[in-house]
Design a protein around this ligand. Structure first.
Ligand code: ARG
Length: 559
């Protein structure tokens, strides 16, 4: 509980007359809380650290720190604080019950808006694994930021402009079938795209045809426009079906094309302000100090780019949402783009550079055939989900053949497994996907968390609730479980400050490990401590549930 740490800190600060940091030691032998503040203080006052620690302990008003049972001065001037375990456990359990869904939350984001740009696949182009990661990581960060009080706006900045449309229009007009497009828009457009490239190898003329269609689309030609709309609308529908399986939605679906009309204004502004200039080839660029590559905002043929639309989007989003932060959940390869974009936006006064954050992430490599049904790194979100579901159903058939609704449970285990796999890794590192790891029921996986949840539900099923409980004679593991539950807020805080969902994932995994130890060591039903243990299990379920919802992993009462 953060209040306890704060109280200890205040007491120490008033005694020592300076800023004190209270830590939570790894090992319980070093106390439940600890500080080395006396070490620094002692060198300034030229006394022995241990002496000062002893003296300080003598001055602490222990009564005011109710739940602290013992305070000791230790080597190197450390002061260690030990909790009254029974009282602490009781307090934590009650606090969790009281706060319910809000347990672990903060409200420091109140009245501030964060705009998150994530998922953002390209219509009619391969949806690669980077989009899957962006979708899952972006959604979790949004949930975490909402949990600490921010108003969040999720934007799917759909790639609905670009040369692929010329190719798609050509391909669709020659080989396309509406019924197929309707049935599986994302997959079918990808097929057309792939076919176009295959044919273009044999017959380069069709590249010219595609360019012609691109141009017609840019010029507002009716037929081109109509097909563009068809592809985009169907794609959105197809994506929405997939997102709904992931329980993910967006507040805005404004794609790149939405900003197309605003790019002229941006270019004029940049030139008028002297921020941008015409280059020798007639293109328009924004230059930066040093030898950083200039940022191209208008091609020499007058066309605008991804970068121009992103600049327009910042301006527009600032006006519309007056955001405190705008986050872009996009893979490492676009690092350079965002660096320049943010600098350019800052120069133009659209937003301050510190308000703009690139939430980058490493690539996930997929062993051949494990996630993708098509070759290479091209995957369809939908295929990945189907695959995850089928694998999970296989596992259920093996472990719990009598379970009803295998399909439904399989779907939830599958998506949970994919999400946990992604979210439990530090996002900036490159990762290798593995089914064995993702679907491992024994530990550190989505199914493991879900299994722990259902196990806890199973315990409570058999017990009538009553409120008065006795917290004396705790088993050590009961206390450790309470202690871990009391530390939830600290992972939330770290996750929110660093935009790192893996802090929550790791925390939940550790929490479940302690819970499973508790499960093996402490009988609940029929034990003389039944009521208190049932309360502890209740509290555990609440904390796990709060954490799972930050990762958007479905809970399962039975699996
Ligand atoms: N559609 C882009 C891609 O697939 C990602 C867009 C990210 N968002 C942005 N505002 N640039 O690479």
């Amino acid at each position: 509980m953060r209040e306890i740490e704060e109280k200890i800190q205040k007491q120490l600060e008033s005694v020592l007359d300076g800023v004190v940091r209270v830590e939570v030691p790894e090992s319980l032998d070093h106390g439940d809380y600890s500080t080395n503040a006396c070490l620094r203080e002692a060198s300034q006052r030229d006394v022995e650290p241990y002496r000062l620690a002893e003296e300080t302990v003598g001055k602490i008003n222990k009564e005011s720190l109710e739940v602290i049972e013992e305070i000791e001065a230790a080597g190197h001037g450390f002061i260690n604080f030990f909790l009254d375990r029974s009282l602490y456990t009781e307090m934590i359990v009650e606090r969790i019950m009281e706060d319910g869904e809000k347990y672990g939350s903060y409200d420091f984001g109140r009245e501030k808006t964060v705009v998150l740009d994530y998922s953002s696949p390209n219509v009619g182009k391969p949806m690669h694994i980077g989009h899957l990661r962006s979708t899952i990581i972006g959604d979790s960060i949004k949930r975490i930021l909402e949990f600490v009080g921010y108003r969040c706006i999720g934007i799917n900045h759909l790639g609905d402009m670009g040369t692929q449309f010329g190719k798609l229009i050509y391909a669709y007009k020659n080989w396309g079938e509406e019924s197929k497009l309707k049935e599986d828009p994302v997959g079918y457009l990808l097929d057309l795209y792939v076919r176009f490239h295959d044919e273009a190898e044999k017959n380069t003329e069709i590249e010219d045809m595609a360019r012609m269609w691109s141009k017609r689309l840019e010029d507002g030609d009716d037929e081109a426009e109509e097909l563009w709309k068809k592809f985009t609308d169907y794609t959105k529908k197809g994506l929405m079906d997939t997102y709904s399986r992931l329980n993910i939605d967006f507040d805005s679906w404004r794609g790149e094309r939405f900003y197309g009309d605003m790019t002229d204004e941006v270019i004029h502004e940049a030139v008028d302000m002297g921020v941008a200039k015409e280059d020798v080839d007639g293109s328009i660029i924004i230059e930066f100090d040093g030898d950083e590559t200039p940022y191209l905002i208008q091609r020499s043929d007058g066309g605008t780019l991804y970068s121009t639309r992103d600049l327009a989007a910042i301006k527009h989003r600032k006006q519309e949402y007056s955001f405190h932060r705008a986050l872009y959940v996009v893979g490492n390869p676009q690092e350079r783009h965002f660096k320049s974009l943010f600098k350019a936006a800052d120069k133009l006064g659209y937003a301050d550079i510190e308000e703009l954050v690139h939430i980058k992430f490493g690539m996930m490599s997929v062993p051949e055939g494990s996630l993708s049904t098509r070759s290479g790194n091209i995957i369809l979100l939908k295929d990945a989900l189907d695959r995850a579901r089928d694998k999970a159903i296989e596992a259920i058939r093996e472990k719990n053949p009598d379970l009803e609704n295998k399909e439904d449970v399989g779907e939830k285990i599958g998506t949970g497994a994919l999400k946990y796999f992604d979210l439990s890794k530090k996002r900036t590192t490159n990762i290798k996907f593995s089914w064995d790891e993702a679907l491992n029921f024994e530990g550190s996986s989505g199914p493991y968390l879900q299994y722990s949840y259902s196990r806890a539900c199973g315990i409570l099923d058999k017990i009538d609730r009553s409120d008065t409980a006795d917290y004396d004679d705790l088993e050590e593991v009961e206390f450790r479980l309470a202690r871990k539950m009391g530390r939830f807020h600290s992972s939330v805080l770290q996750a929110a400050e660093k935009y790192e969902p893996h802090r929550i994932a790791t925390y939940l995994n550790e929490l479940c490990e302690i819970f499973n130890e508790f499960y093996h060591k402490c009988r609940v039903e029929g034990s003389e401590y039944e009521t208190r243990r049932a309360n502890i299990v209740h509290a555990f379920l609440q904390v796990l549930s709060n954490g799972l919802s930050l990762l958007n992993i479905p809970e399962l009462e039975e699996m």
